[in-house]
Design a binder for this molecule. Structure first.
Ligand code: FAD
Ligand code: FO1
Length: 457
């Protein structure tokens, strides 16, 4: 049994949980990296190295590449693969081998564990259904002990709350009460004294050729990788954080951090960002507004996807919302569009079309416009189920930060009122919060935004 010794960071043991009790063999420790694709500030890697040091064993990191992950395409895979090449090099400098296994984890991982006669398996927590299924199938077919580490949330999801939370106001206090204990500095990864056999760096172009869906081009405005993620964080702290409260909701200003691609692929640690924000020389108000999004909103999304099995379907909405949307199923839709018409930005509304063009070409739609974009899909499709399916499809196909707990939750908020309250009842929406163009006009220069998008696409 791996002892969580006092030398381990005191929060570390609370971030780990044993998901499979097997044999405690000798042999290397394997970290199956999936959500957290970085070396620094990664609790799962920290725990794996501590365990390997205790057992005086080598440490190997594996990433199982599946080329059809939830509809991902070349835009996503190139960002991911470029980041993994950097991870490979950083690990090699610490005598830790990195293995890119090109197959489903349920096939590739047990075979790898057997091949190197591994003694312990560590992996990172992810609330998505596909990850839970992978883990369930893998732990059925291996006989070594397996730990899961929540290296994404500052407060481990199972500690923040034992249940699905109703809204931000119900989880905020639970997180903020223990935040001082968990928002701590990270131990460093050290050169591993028990080296594992070096692995050659994988050939990016060769692996890229195995990606079947090349229908969406790579993005160019955001450089992938842990180094670029760290630089992007620093540049936001210097130039954006101070004005975040007043500029974050205006799509004509570049007022968001643009960190979500790095956070989604785990190339940057949210806890690192929170530590840096907390010690930044900016007004406290700017810090708290940003940390509310980065910690409370983001960790609420993990809470929702972890505890709500049906986080991406109508059934995952609250009863009041299901009842209200059901009562308005038969309401006449003034406009009705197919997924294809929406995907090609052919609605009657040029503001919505600009959002869709922005999403397709830039690969990241402004946070405020995401709400408007999703709510209009509810208004212009035949049913809430169709709206959900279409919003998830378009968001995951084009958004660089798609396939994320934040996305499924953001769409459930927009279409199903998850984490929101009931509003004045109206056709189609029932009591789901409504948004329209006039509301946008009151917030920002709508024509300016449309102009900006049309110029850049
Ligand atoms: P900033 O405003 O700089 O925020 C910094 C970080 O805080 C974000 O990266 C994110 O981790 C967190 N955050 C901010 N707002 C939210 C929020 N509302 N919910 C949860 N976390 C938040 N986020 C994704 O990461 N992937 C998605 O696919 C995604 N799809 C969305 C779809 C809809 C319909 C809606 C309403 C929201 C969606 N969001 C998604 C949440 C949010 O819009 C994005 O996280 C944010 O716009 C990312 O850009 P940023 O990092 O520049 O944000
Ligand atoms: N995780 C994996 O373990 N293997 C993959 O092949 C993989 C591909 C992938 C493609 C696009 C994308 O957005 C995410 C992808 N992920 C993959 C998961 C990702 O690393 C994150 O763990 C989750 O998406 C965040 O919950």
């Amino acid at each position: 049994m791996v002892l969580v010794t006092t030398s381990m960071d005191s929060t570390l043991s609370q971030r780990c949980r044993c998901i499979h009790k097997g044999k405690e063999n000798k042999g290397p420790v394997v970290y199956w990296m999936s959500r957290e694709q970085r070396v620094a500030d990664n609790w799962a890697l920290i725990f794996a190295q501590e365990s390997a040091l205790q057992k005086k064993q080598p440490l190997c990191v594996v990433f199982c590449l599946t080329t059809n992950f939830l509809g991902a395409n070349l835009r996503h895979y190139m960002f991911l693969l470029r980041g993994l090449r950097e991870v490979h090099a950083s690990l090699a400098s610490c005598n830790i081998s990195f293995h890119l296994l090109q197959n489903e984890p349920t096939k590739a991982l047990p075979a790898f564990i057997q091949k190197i006669d591994a003694g312990l398996l560590v992996t990172d927590f992810d609330p998505l259904r596909i990850k839970k299924t992978w883990k369930k199938n893998i732990t059925k077919s291996i006989n070594i002990t397996t730990y899961e580490v929540d290296a994404h949330n500052v407060v481990p999801v199972w500690l923040a709350s034992p249940k699905k939370e109703y809204a931000a106001y119900t989880i905020r206090k639970k997180i903020n009460t223990v935040l001082p204990e968990f928002l701590v500095e990270y131990p460093e990864i050290i050169p591993h004294p028990y080296p594992s056999k070096k692995e050659p760096l994988f050939d990016l172009q060769r692996v890229a050729k195995t990606i079947p869906d090349t229908s969406v081009a790579e993005i160019s405005w955001c450089v992938p990788g842990q180094k670029a993620g760290y630089t992007a964080m620093q540049s936001f702290l210097e130039n954006g954080l101070g004005r975040y409260p007043e500029s974050r909701n205006d799509p004509c200003l570049d007022g968001q951090s643009n960190l979500s691609p790095y956070l989604h692929f785990g190339q940057l640690s949210p806890q690192r960002v929170a530590l840096a924000v907390s010690s930044a020389q900016v007004p406290d108000d700017a810090k708290s507004v940003f940390l509310e999004e980065l910690i409370v909103r983001r960790e609420l999304a993990d809470n929702f996807c972890h505890y709500e099995q049906q986080y991406d379907s109508f059934e995952g909405f609250h009863d009041w919302a299901k009842k209200s949307l059901n009562a308005h199923r038969k309401d006449k839709r003034t406009y009705l569009y197919t997924q294809q018409e929406l995907e090609s930005a052919e609605s009657h509304d040029e503001l919505w079309n600009a959002c869709q063009l922005d999403l397709m070409h830039r690969g990241k739609l402004h946070g405020y416009m995401r709400m408007y974009w999703a709510k209009k899909i509810l208004e212009w499709t035949q049913s809430p189920e169709e709206a959900l399916q279409c919003a998830i499809y378009l968001n995951d196909k084009y958004s660089i930060d798609g396939r994320d707990a934040n996305g499924y939750t953001g769409i459930a908020w927009s279409i199903g009122g998850v984490h929101d309250r009931a509003w004045a009842e109206r056709p189609v929406f029932g009591k789901i919060r409504y948004m329209n163009r006039n509301g946008c006009r009151r917030k920002f220069d709508v024509d300016g935004y449309i102009e900006k998008v049309l110029q850049s696409t």
